[in-house]
Each structure stands twice: as structure tokens, then as C-alpha cells.
Design a protein around this ligand. Structure first.
Ligand SMILES: Cc1ncc(COP(=O)(O)O)c(C=O)c1O
Length: 380
């Protein structure tokens, strides 16, 4: 792979990460559910309206836990936006569900709530929403449909930690929500995630599913004198070494967020005039939403223009990348009946969206270079 002077993403140490990792190992507890895991859970929970939050090995595994908690089985249907990560749908398909793909809105690139109601049948078990780039879905309308039909909402909140919709934190709307700490996210530990449990009565089962189907968490709290196999489950528990790293990142929240927000805002301001002149779309943030500056994207007028812009930036040592390809057009999506033309906005955005470098370690001078290089590009 070519080496880029300005990569798309660069994970960085922002605070006490290395000291905390040393502490986890020297403290004699490097397996899961030690003091760093507890600190991460408490912090996340305090950002998420007090809901119990369990660290997991990935957001994908947290989504699989959602499928287990919802008792998803063969023949069930789960609604997902077509413009989404593979496991936003795949975690439910793994348990036998058929994903029902819904198109996205052209402005926020989120599930188009006006197309949701017609997709719900008596087999629908969940509405999975994804707040693209941490800019919220239209939750008022989606919640109204959920209430009317009794179908629960699951939030894939991989992008949305610290975003809000009408002042309410993203991750607190669904009965369950999932977070990611993969290296491209705002807060990282290499690979990691969390499950946010907004239904108090599911908290105990979630602990059991995460601990290989055992009641070990109750045992560790002294609530039972031994632990045994009580349910299905798997090993969704990250080690303390990862939790220690993540803990330092979460504690550096202000530093990370201030830097990301300032980078995002500068792209938005500096590229506005150029983008308008070239017929290029930039992110739209509705007035009732705040977002955590997770990613910065542009929508080019054609797939060819996107390829040329990627090449133009690459020649200058800058890596810009595209994102999701419409899921209904994938090999698996086809097996679930996906066909071209079914979700035209997702198909088009999959072909034309481009993301620019955005990470807290991006220097001012590097961002200035990216902006200058982008502004030098002409669509046609
Ligand atoms: C929206 C969304 N959901 C889920 C995931 C999967 O996250 P993880 O890599 O933590 O499993 C990603 C990964 O980038 C994502 O973008």
C-alpha cells in the first residue's frame, strides 16, 4: 500500500493510556471486568442518561448481543438502512433474521423515516437505526412508528456517542444501543465496543450473555456463591488491557472532542464556497441535532469525479476514502432479495461519497494542505 503523508486516520495516545495499561498488567488483573472496565462503564453510562453500559469486544459483538436479547430467530425480519456497515445487518442475519433494507434521506444519509412504516410486517422484530456521522435520524417520527407498531428500536450508535437529538443523547433512544471503539472512532482501544441497555429489565440477561452464558457477574458481586451455565452466550468481554487504554481516552474526552470539532468546522467553512461552485454536497446538520464530529464527508456529482478526486489527493500524499456500499446490492444483500434500483439514494451515495482525514492528531498545517488540495480540484 502506498504510504501517505497525511493518512485517512492515525490513532494517537492522548493522555494516560500507556500508564493505565501498565497499571492493568502490574495490578494483576488483565482479564475482563476489572477496575478499568468498571471506570469505562461508569463514564459511558454517565454520558448516556445513566443507562447500564457493558464494554464488549466490538460494536459488532454488541449488535450480536442485541439479536440475542431480542430473541431473533429464523423467519424474523429486521429493518436496516441500506447505507450501513455490514454488521449493522449481519449481526441479525447471523441469528436467522432477514434484513429488510430501507433507503436513506439524501440530506443526512440516515434511514428515511417516511419509508419505514410500509416495511413493517407481523414478522418485524426490530428497527435498527444508524446516526450517520453522528448526526441523528429523525427520532420523533421513528419513535412514533415504533410505538404504533410495538417494534423496538435498536440504535447502532457507532458514530453517535456524544451527539444529541432535541437535547437527548444519541444511544438513549433505542431499547438497546451499541458503541464502537475501533481505531477509526473518536475514542479508541484498537477493537472494542459497548452495549447500552436502556431497558432495565434486560440488564441481567445482557450480563449473562456477555459472560459465556454464565451468572459470573452476579458471583463477582457476591450475589451467589458459585457461578454456572444459565443461558446461551459467548465471550463478549474485553480484557482489562484494552479497557485501560480506552479509559484514558474517555477521560481525555474534552481534548479529543475539541480538536475533532475544530477540524470538522474548519472543513465545513473552508470548503463551502468551493463545494457549491462544483456541485458537491457537504454534511447537513439539522438545527435540532448536535454531532460529535465523527467524520467529514463530501458527495461528488458522479462516481468518476470521486475517483478523480481520490487520485488527485493521493498524488499529493493525502488519503481520502469512500465508505459503505449499499448493502442490498452486496452478494449477501442479493440473497435477501436486494436488487438495483431498490434504494436509489443509498446506491448513489455508496458510489459518490468521500471522507477526508479527521483525527485528533491531525496538525493544523496538515489540514490546511488537505483543504488547499481539495479546493484545487475541479469536477469537470
Ligand atoms: C455504523 C457501524 N456499525 C458497526 C460497526 C462495527 O464496529 P466494530 O468494528 O466495533 O465491530 C461500524 C464500524 O466501523 C460502523 O461504522
Amino acid at each position: 500500500m502506498a504510504a501517505y503523508r497525511i493518512p485517512f486516520n492515525r490513532p494517537s495516545i492522548v493522555g494516560e493510556e500507556i500508564e493505565y495499561v501498565r497499571g492493568a498488567i502490574e495490578g494483576g488483573h488483565s482479564a475482563g471486568d476489572g477496575p478499568f472496565t468498571a471506570r469505562c462503564s461508569e463514564l459511558l453510562s454517565s454520558w448516556l442518561g445513566g443507562s447500564p453500559t457493558l464494554l464488549t469486544t466490538s460494536c459488532t459483538h454488541a449488535l450480536e448481543m442485541c439479536a440475542l436479547l431480542l430473541d431473533i430467530k429464523e423467519g424474523d425480519e429486521v429493518i436496516v438502512p441500506s447505507f450501513a456497515f455490514v454488521t449493522t445487518a449481519g449481526a441479525f442475519a447471523l441469528h436467522g433474521a432477514k434484513p429488510i433494507f430501507v433507503d436513506i434521506r439524501p440530506d443526512t444519509l440516515n434511514l428515511d423515516e417516511t419509508q419505514l412504516r410500509e416495511k413493517i410486517t407481523e414478522r418485524t422484530r426490530a428497527i435498527v437505526v444508524l446516526h450517520y456521522g453522528g448526526i441523528a435520524c429523525e427520532m420523533d417520527a421513528i419513535e412514533a412508528i415504533s410505538r404504533e407498531t410495538g417494534v423496538p428500536i435498536v440504535e447502532d450508535n457507532a458514530h453517535g456517542l456524544l451527539g444529541t437529538y432535541r437535547d437527548q443523547p444519541l444511544g438513549t433512544f433505542g431499547c438497546l444501543a451499541t458503541q464502537s471503539f475501533h481505531e477509526t472512532k473518536n475514542f479508541i482501544c484498537g477493537e472494542g465496543g459497548a452495549l447500552v441497555i436502556n431497558r432495565a429489565d434486560w440488564a441481567e440477561r445482557a450480563e449473562i450473555l456477555r459472560e459465556k452464558g454464565t451468572d459470573r457477574s452476579r458471583f463477582l458481586r457476591g450475589q451467589t456463591d458459585k457461578y454456572t451455565w444459565v443461558d446461551v452466550g459467548s465471550s463478549y468481554l474485553p480484557s482489562e488491557i484494552l479497557a485501560a487504554f480506552l479509559c484514558a481516552q474517555l477521560e481525555a474526552r474534552d481534548q479529543i472532542q475539541q480538536r475533532r470539532e475544530s477540524i470538522w468546522q474548519l472543513y465545513q467553512e473552508e470548503l463551502a464556497v468551493w463545494a457549491e461552485g462544483q456541485g458537491i454536497g457537504l454534511p447537513h446538520v439539522p438545527g435540532h441535532c448536535t454531532h460529535p464530529a465523527h467524520l467529514y464527508y463530501m458527495i461528488l456529482p458522479t462516481a468518476d469525479a470521486r475517483s478523480r478526486l481520490i487520485e488527485h489527493l493521493g498524488e499529493r500524499g493525502i488519503l481520502a476514502v469512500f465508505h459503505y456500499q449499499a448493502l442490498h446490492l452486496s452478494q449477501m444483500g442479493n440473497q435477501f432479495g436486494g436488487r438495483a434500483g431498490q434504494c436509489p439514494v443509498a446506491e448513489n451515495v455508496g458510489d459518490t461519497l468521500l471522507r477526508l482525514p479527521l483525527y485528533s492528531g491531525l496538525e493544523d498545517s496538515e489540514q490546511a494542505e488537505v483543504i488547499e488540495a481539495v479546493q484545487a480540484f475541479r469536477v469537470g
